[in-house]
Design a protein around this ligand. Structure first.
Ligand code: HEC
Ligand code: HEC
Length: 204
């Protein structure tokens, strides 16, 4: 290598080394000076502890997708058509209706028998809204038949790897199965301060 080229390269390499060392030192300093105690004691405080000082952020959040991520099913929260609306896919039938104040669905249960289930919660507001039914053992199950908020119609959220298949009762992919279980499949990302409280002995 000609002497002149090596001479020109060295300062650049030296600078890169120095910058790397500085970045490593800064990262290490931040990491080691982090208040461990505070992290261990960190707990959920709720939005009320923030709103007094952060009113603009709180106002922007109100009514947003995050605010409305999961709500108790009611006239104020349900977007789907529950006026005796029918939805069919292969030989699986789903019917959405009202029983007084309650939002109901007649759907294929875990054993293949059709039953009436009460909708407990809504999930999301756009571009789709999903609906949850509570099964024994505290299992919240998300119906695959969901509401398309833009087209205003029911549609089926098919599993990615079984787009054109009839999902039979008893299959883990069925709406009553593990894949559609909120407790294990959705809550971790969709719920703040989530406590699973799973009991292995009673599987509940
Ligand atoms: C006593 C008043 C007060 C309370 C209570 C408070 N904050 Fe703040 N927060 C501030 C101030 C002041 C700043 C700095 C604002 C700035 O630099 O513009 C700030 C900054 C922030 C930022 C950074 C914002 C940005 O744009 O970089 C976040 C995120 C934040 N607060 C979240 C929270 C959360 C979450 C809570 C509740 C757990 C909370 N704050 C409670 C006063 C408060
Ligand atoms: C790994 C994290 C994660 C898991 C697990 C997860 N989600 Fe989500 N979900 C997200 C994120 C992030 C968004 C927002 C994505 C976007 O807007 O593109 C979202 C958006 C949604 C929305 C649209 C909500 C709205 O109004 O904006 C619905 C409905 C939804 N998820 C349902 C579910 C269901 C049902 C499950 C469980 C079967 C689930 N999600 C599991 C992260 C997750």
């Amino acid at each position: 290598m000609p002497l002149s080229t090596g001479f020109l390269r060295r300062p650049a390499a030296g600078f890169a080394l120095l910058a790397t060392a500085l970045a490593a030192w800064a990262a290490g300093d931040w990491y080691w000076s982090f208040p461990r105690e505070a992290l261990h004691q960190a707990r959920y405080v709720g939005r009320q502890s923030c709103i007094a000082c952060h009113q603009i952020a709180a106002a922007a959040w109100a009514g947003s997708d995050h605010d409305r991520a999961m709500e108790v099913a009611s006239d104020d929260t349900v977007l789907g058509d529950f006026n005796n609306a029918q939805f069919s896919r292969f030989d699986e039938r789903t019917r959405f209706f009202r029983a007084g104040e309650k939002f109901m669905v007649n759907a294929e249960g875990p054993d293949g028998q059709y039953r009436d289930y009460e909708i407990k919660y809504t999930f999301g507001i756009w571009p789709l809204q999903q609906y949850m039914v509570e099964l024994p053992g505290g299992r919240l199950q998300v119906l695959r038949v969901s509401w398309d908020v833009e087209k205003k119609e029911w549609f089926y959220v098919a599993p990615a790897d079984a787009q054109d298949a009839r999902i039979a009762a008893g299959d883990p992919l069925h709406w009553t199965g593990l894949a559609q279980n909120w407790n294990t499949m959705c809550a971790e990302c969709h719920t703040t301060d989530y406590r699973k409280n799973y009991d292995l002995a009673t599987n509940s």
